[in-house]
Design a protein. Structure first.
Length: 388
């Protein structure tokens, strides 16, 4: 009985500790993404047959007065809006049905709309994700401000990149590669994503500005997403009450900061992809749904609802950006097809589009399986993920 009770307790912990926060974060991000498609589609006069959170068998659903089926499905890893004229969830055209449509049906068919309207409908999903992230970040900064650690060097570690660059205790970091530094965390975020990149760092020393050139070393460190290879200088901040200060923001300042935080996520993503292409970073850092669920639970437990909402903003930017990649099946793939159509004056052939969607589907499935495999490896054997 004790064994069964322990199993039951563990299941409850997993459910409420990891799955519930993960599903909450993902559901909000997916809902906003699909709502972007839905609203712009409706504004363009397109009929909407279904609005789904999740894939697979329907769990619960209802029809609105416009005939749209709103539903929640069993596999919660995404969602879709099915417009009139679509063959399925991926918005591929129902070519047989399109050719037999009446004039009234053509008027509300997605695939009979001008290419500019179709592009606007498709782009609205990722744009909605970016808007959500900016507003969430801005709301958190406006409501709570920021408690920051002053970016002042207290300790320079021996044989470190910082020591070789000439850092000294007491240096106040002012700027890195032209970016103003307000907190020690600002400095850490830039340095961590700049392993083996030469940085120009301006510090204030004895009342004057000094420019130092430093190249962060690539080291393994434990992060919210597990063991990650990041850049490190080898300095420690002052650990005293005088080194901590609180910054409040007005609504306009908070909105600007929210936009910057969203931009930083995009920049960090492209930095990683660039290093991946050049062989300076490994693909084992890609995270899938298992690790995101774990992070959601850890963040909810450690930082509460504010930290969980902030994670939601980060994921919203990431999902919006990924959907803009020019891969058939993703929004970016559709936009790529529409760009070709606008340039040629006519769409690609049905056969070319079908081949593109099949390649895109295979690529998306491969990436999902690969990321999930990475998650399992990190959970079973963190040392392997660390590369030690």
């Amino acid at each position: 009985m004790e064994f069964l009770s322990a199993i039951g307790g563990g299941a409850v912990d997993i459910l409420f500790g990891y799955l519930v926060p993960f599903l909450f974060v993902l559901a909000v991000v997916v809902f906003v993404h699909e709502m972007g498609h839905f609203l712009v589609g409706r504004w363009c006069g397109v009929g909407v047959q279904a609005f789904s959170i999740g894939f697979g068998p329907e769990l619960v659903g209802w029809n609105d007065r416009q005939g749209t089926r709103w539903k929640v499905c069993a596999i919660p890893l995404g969602g879709y809006v099915k417009f009139f004229g679509d063959a399925g969830a991926a918005s591929t055209p129902d070519n047989a049905g399109l050719s037999q449509m009446s004039e009234s049906d053509r008027a509300k068919s997605f695939h009979h709309k001008p290419v500019a309207q179709r592009a606007a409908i498709v782009a609205a999903g990722p744009i909605a994700n970016f808007i959500l992230a900016i507003l969430v970040f801005a709301g958190v900064f406006w409501a709570n401000g920021r408690t920051v650690l002053v970016p002042q060097v207290d300790v320079v570690l021996e044989n470190s990149a910082a020591e070789r660059a000439g850092f000294q205790p007491g240096d106040l970091i002012v700027e890195i590669d032209g970016r103003s530094i307000v907190s020690f965390n600002d400095m850490q975020r830039i340095v961590s994503s700049s392993a083996e990149d030469r940085l120009s760092i301006v510090v204030e020393r004895d009342g004057r500005l000094v420019t130092l050139e430093a190249t962060p070393e690539r080291r393994v460190a434990e992060t919210a997403f597990g063991a990650q290879r990041i850049g490190m200088l080898g300095i420690q901040a002052a650990n005293s009450p005088d080194a901590i200060r609180h910054i409040d923001y007005g609504p306009i300042e908070a909105l600007g900061l929210g936009a910057y935080e969203s931009y930083f996520v995009v920049e960090r993503t492209f930095d990683y992809l660039g290093q991946l292409i050049t062989g300076r970073e490994s693909a084992d850092q890609l995270s899938g749904p298992i690790r995101i669920a774990k992070v959601s639970g850890d963040v909810a437990e450690a930082g509460g609802i504010v930290s969980l909402i902030t994670l939601m903003a980060v994921l919203s930017v990431s999902i919006g950006l990924i959907n803009l990649f020019p891969v058939p099946m993703l929004d970016g793939g559709h936009l790529m097809f529409y760009a070709v159509e606008a340039a040629r004056g006519r769409p690609l052939s049905e056969n070319a589009q079908e081949i593109g969607f099949r390649i895109g589907f295979a690529l998306v499935i491969f990436l999902m399986l690969f990321a999930t495999w990475n998650d399992i490896v990190h959970l079973i054997n963190p040392l392997t993920a660390e590369g030690t």
